[in-house]
Design a protein around this ligand. Structure first.
Ligand SMILES: NC(=[NH2+])NCCC[C@H](N)C(=O)O
Length: 367
C-alpha cells in the first residue's frame, strides 16, 4: 500500500510567500497578544535535514474535510466552524505555501437514536454520531486514496472516530497524538455528560462498554493503547483515569509535565514512543481546548491553565519535522460561543496551527 506522508519540502518563491504570509500575519496574528518571533525572524529557510528529505514526497495536495457536526455534544455552533476557519484568506496562505488544495464537505447526518432505557448508560445521539463519522471516514479515505494529506476541520471531537478509522485502515500501526484538555476515553458507562465527543478513543480502541452505545458494536479497526499519546491533559473524569490505567496508556502528559519538562522534551518522549524508527505514521488530533482559554475562548468545554499558542506551534513544528504526519484533525472551534472577538481569536489560532502543519514556520524547531 502506498504511504503518503505530509510533505515537508516547500519549494517556493519566497517573495510571494513572504508577501502573502506577512499580509496574513499583519492582519491577523499581530492583533493577538501572543509570544511570536519578530517579523524578520518568522520565515525561515526550508529545512534540509536528511530525515525530512527521506520522508519527502512530491509537493502535495491537501484536502480540508469539513466536519460540519455538532452532534457529539449539546451546544450549537461547531458545525459552522469549518467554513470560517477555511476562509479565502487562509486558503490563499496555504496555496502560497505550495499546496494544491481542495475541500470535501462532510455534513452532519441526523438519524434518530433509540431511547436508551438501561440504567447507568449515558449516551447522546449515537446514531447521528455514527452516521456523521462514517461520512468523515469516507472523505478521509478518499483523500488518502488520491494521495493527498487529509486535514479534518471540525466540528466536534467525535469526528476523530471517522478520520482515525480511515487512517488506521491504511496504516494499522498508526500512532495517535491526542492534543486535548480531556482524555476523551469515556464510555456510556463512565461519561458524566453522555456526549460522544468525550468517547472517540474508547470507540477506536473498542473498549467493551462502548458497545452500550447503540450502533457502536465494533465497527472500526482497532487502535492499540500503546499507539496513543496525550498532551495537554487537565480535565480527566474519574472513570477515564481508571480506564487510562487499565489500558496501560502510559504516554499521557498533563500540564504539570509540560511545566516541568517543556514542550520539546514532551514531544521527544512522545515521538520516541510512537515513532521510534522515524518512519511510523502519525495522526495528530488537535482539540483547540488543549490550548489555554485565552488562545481558544470559543470552544464548548474550555479548561483553565492550558497550553499556550507558542507551545502548541512548537509542538506542531517538531511533529512536522519528522515527516511522518499522515493525517490530522483540528476540532472543537465553536464560533457561536463568546464574543465575536473570542471567535476571531479562536479561528485565527486554529488557522495558525494548520498553517504551521503545512509548512509555515515561525521558529527553528529541532529536536
Ligand atoms: N473533546 C472534548 N471537548 N471533550 C470534552 C469531554 C468532557 C467530559 N470529559 C465528557 O466526557 O463529557
Amino acid at each position: 500500500m502506498q504511504v503518503v506522508f505530509l510533505n515537508q519540502c516547500c519549494i517556493l518563491g519566497y517573495d510571494r510567500l513572504f508577501f502573502s504570509l506577512s499580509l496574513f500575519i499583519s492582519i491577523k496574528f499581530l492583533q493577538m497578544n501572543t509570544e511570536v518571533a519578530p517579523l524578520s525572524e518568522r520565515i525561515t529557510p526550508k529545512e534540509h535535514s536528511p530525515l525530512v528529505l527521506k520522508m519527502t514526497r512530491q509537493k502535495g495536495q491537501v484536502v480540508f474535510i469539513w466536519g460540519e457536526s455538532c452532534c457529539g455534544q449539546k451546544k450549537d455552533g461547531p458545525q459552522t466552524a469549518p467554513q470560517r476557519v477555511c476562509s479565502e484568506e487562509f486558503l490563499a496562505v496555504v496555496r502560497s505555501l505550495g499546496w494544491k488544495l481542495s475541500i470535501a464537505r462532510a455534513p452532519q447526518v441526523f438519524k434518530p437514536s433509540p431511547k436508551i432505557v438501561e440504567k447507568g448508560v449515558n449516551c447522546y445521539e449515537p446514531f447521528s454520531v455514527f452516521a456523521t463519522c462514517e461520512n468523515v471516514r469516507q472523505k478521509v479515505a478518499a483523500a488518502h486514496d488520491a494521495g493527498a494529506f487529509p486535514m479534518l476541520v471540525g466540528g466536534d471531537h467525535c469526528l476523530a472516530m471517522g478520520s482515525i478509522a480511515a487512517s488506521l485502515e491504511r496504516q494499522p500501526n498508526l500512532g495517535v497524538i491526542w492534543f486535548d484538555a480531556h482524555a476523551d476515553i469515556n464510555t456510556p458507562l463512565t461519561s458524566p455528560s453522555g456526549n460522544m465527543h468525550g468517547m472517540p478513543l474508547a470507540a477506536l480502541m473498542n473498549l467493551r462498554d462502548i458497545q452500550k452505545a447503540p450502533g457502536f458494536e465494533h465497527r472500526y479497526p482497532i487502535l492499540k493503547p500503546e499507539r496513543v499519546a496525550y498532551i495537554g491533559l487537565r480535565d480527566v473524569d474519574d472513570g477515564e483515569k481508571r480506564l487510562i490505567n487499565e489500558m496501560g496508556l502510559s504516554c499521557a502528559f498533563n500540564m504539570d509535565d509540560l511545566k516541568r519538562y517543556g514542550m520539546k522534551e514532551l514531544v521527544k518522549q512522545v515521538l520516541k514512543k510512537l515513532c521510534p524508527t522515524g518512519t511510523e505514521p502519525i495522526h495528530l488530533s488537535f482539540d483547540v481546548d488543549g490550548m489555554d482559554p485565552a488562545e481558544a475562548p470559543s470552544t464548548g468545554t474550555p479548561v483553565a491553565d492550558g497550553v499556550r499558542l507558542h507551545e502548541a506551534l512548537e509542538m506542531i513544528q517538531y511533529i512536522r519535522a519528522t515527516g511522518c504526519l499522515y493525517s490530522m484533525d483540528v476540532v472543537e472551534v465553536n464560533p457561536s460561543l463568546g464574543t465575536e472577538e473570542d471567535a476571531e481569536v479562536t479561528i485565527t489560532n486554529a488557522q495558525l496551527v494548520m498553517a504551521h502543519t503545512l509548512g509555515y514556520t515561525t521558529t527553528k524547531a529541532k529536536l
